[in-house]
Ligand binder design. Structure first.
Ligand code: CP
Length: 332
């Protein structure tokens, strides 16, 4: 487990020196706080009538998505546009990847076009790391297999900080398919580094062996995960897991691990309900809870924009405070 740095001094002194944003495992608490602070500065840009600043004018961002996405791809595109960068979207079906071109050859060709930042989602763990090793361009991991989804965890941390005023000392339960979840893994790193107490909950087949070594508590009882938690983070049950016989049926999963109004009566009165999306309504989460007063699911999506603006801005190598570097409205 990484060292826990909780002082604001650590955050103030953190400087972004990395070409890439690949995971939360290797970031310090100070670097995570720096991203959250930078996102805070960018949040108000989206509230302006003209939602654009010139911070990354002249830079080119490529969204390279080998897997489907609604939230991540769209918010990276909007984030790049709001920073005045040029953005190109590439998906497997539209590109020569479908003709057998390798990922690295694709990246070499994009670099020949002088792109600056590659935002990569891939079904295989480690692809963004591999590309980052070979590319001069910055790489941001937009989700790699079951490994990490760092910007999702950062927007989750940002949302918890926004709603609760702190992360240190909070009790956060992550419920569902932990074994196959890149969101769970990144959140475990981020939350524990910032001093939260994390519990993971799910059927034994959906919890990775020795997960306790990451500094989390484990329970298979949903009521135990709910009791006393400040945040309940539900994860998508993936239908392909059912086909692999990791759960008996979606109906059974819902009865044992689905969060409904009845179970909500055992939660703290100020609990936050979070979900990275897409939600399987009526499986891990009832609609009454997903759309209820404790849900911050759409706030997570909104905050994803500011967090991804911060990620693009920092890896682009723009140092110093955003307000000193082009936070006035763009004239372009
Ligand atoms: N949370 C998330 O990654 O959603 P998308 O798959 O829609 O990007």
């Amino acid at each position: 487990m990484g060292a826990t740095l909780t002082t604001s001094r650590a955050a103030q002194t953190a400087r972004w020196t990395r070409k890439d944003l690949l995971d939360l495992r290797t970031l310090s608490a100070g670097e995570i706080r720096l991203i959250l602070q930078t996102a805070e500065s960018f949040r108000e840009v989206s509230l302006r009538p003209i939602k654009k600043v010139p911070a990354l004018r002249g830079r080119t961002v490529v969204n390279l998505f080998f897997e489907p996405s609604t939230r991540t791809r769209t918010s990276f595109e909007l984030a790049a546009k709001r920073l005045s960068a040029d953005i190109v979207n590439i998906t497997t079906q539209q590109s020569s990847l479908s003709k057998g071109e390798t990922v690295l050859d694709t990246v070499r060709n994009l670099e020949a076009l002088k792109v600056d930042i590659l935002v990569i989602r891939h079904a295989a763990a480690g692809v963004p790391h591999l590309v980052a090793k070979h590319a001069a361009a910055s790489v941001i991991n937009a989700g790699d297999g079951a490994h990490e989804h760092p910007t999702q965890a950062l927007l989750d941390l940002f949302t918890i900080q926004e709603k609760k005023g702190r992360i240190e000392g909070l009790r956060v339960s992550i419920i569902g398919d932990i074994a196959h979840s890149r969101v769970a893994r990144s959140n475990i790193w981020g939350l524990t580094k910032l001093g939260a107490q994390v519990t993971v909950c799910g059927p034994p087949t959906l919890l990775p062996p020795q997960i306790e070594q990451l500094g989390v508590r484990v329970t298979h009882q949903l009521d135990e995960a709910i009791r006393g938690s400040d945040v309940l983070m539900l994860l998508r049950i993936q239908h392909e897991r059912q086909e692999a016989m990791l759960i008996p049926s979606l109906r059974e999963y819902r009865l044992t691990y689905g969060l409904d109004q009845d179970r909500m009566s055992r939660a703290k009165p100020d609990v936050l309900i979070m979900h990275p999306g897409p939600v399987n309504r009526g499986v891990e989460l009832d609609s009454s809870v997903a759309d209820g007063p404790f849900s911050v699911i759409l706030d997570q999506v909104t905050n994803g924009l500011a967090v991804r603006m911060a990620a693009l801005y920092l890896v682009a190598g723009a140092q110093g405070k955003p307000e000193d570097a082009g936070m006035f409205p763009a004239d372009a």
